[in-house]
Write a protein that binds this ligand. Sequence first.
Ligand SMILES: *Cc1c(COP(=O)(O)O)cnc(C)c1O
Length: 345
Amino acid sequence: MIDLRSDTVTRPSLGMRRAMAEAEVGDDVYREDPTVNSLEERTAELLGHEAGLFCPSGSMTNMLGIAAQVPRGWEVLAESQAHILRAECGGHAALAGVTSRTWVSADGTFDASQALSLVSRPRGYNQVGTAVVSVENTHNFGGGRIADFEQLSILRSRTRELGVRVHVDGARLPNASAATGISLCEYGRLADSVSLCLSKGLGAPVGSVLVGSTDLVEEARSLRKRYGGGMRQAGILAAAGLWALGHNVGRVAEDNAGASAIAHRIAEVDPTVVDPQTVETNIVFLDLSSTGLDAEAFAASAEAAGVRVSVMGETSVRIVTHLDISADDVRRAGEVLARCVSENA
Ligand SMILES: *Cc1c(COP(=O)(O)O)cnc(C)c1O
């Protein structure tokens, strides 16, 4: 079975498992786990920030990044399909009392002026103030689109003048970096906080790291404990993250290339289903609306032919390439999915 539902389905490699088994550990709540400490330092350095915080999930690093910077009743601005708003059980609202407003991007790309036009500096006693603008890079439900560096630079300088912070949900930032050649550090410097997932394209079994200033990370560390995310000998897990940073960052370029190849193969049989030009990283959305197919039926026939995809809507399907997908899997998946499109069209 070629599993293209998500890049979270990867399993730790032998090398990664060995690194986990051999990790030096201590009690991380006492900050005595040397492997967690190195992972936090290494990630902060990679992203050009002072400090890092290792957490069980990206939902937690996003929630903490926001909770540490947005006072209760204040707001975070994000795109309408942002993962923080649509796929994290409302954590920032339910746990930290943070409200939100959204701008809408039709194609998943990022336009700083849309975000900036929403920024509110409260004038009266009744107005909600904007504390953070959150940008997802790459944008998952936006089809893996990359937030344009120029636009991020504009956002950075304007929000600074306005006294508003920038959080980047960088769950798949390595995929953006591999596609543009802009380093993680250059991207990182355009934000006050960044969350980076270790368990997506990087292939670790668990974990995400939040980076920011020392003060911000200390606040997030205390909140992490409040929310039950203080872990003890977590070096076992952090070792997988360190191994991933050492071995799997650059190779996400292959995942990007695989997604593009699949998109091209499908577009050959029906260009209305996907425009390969919009496939910038490792995510492909198929729009089946003009084929008369429904997504559930499409996914079932793909699965019967050995390829698993995610159903995202009535006529929308998502494909994600990753570490456990070989070049041969890419070719086979392209053939199977193209056949599923053309047979049913
Ligand atoms: C996966 C993902 C996250 C974090 O998800 P977890 O499952 O909580 O680790 C955050 N943002 C985006 C864009 C994601 O795709």
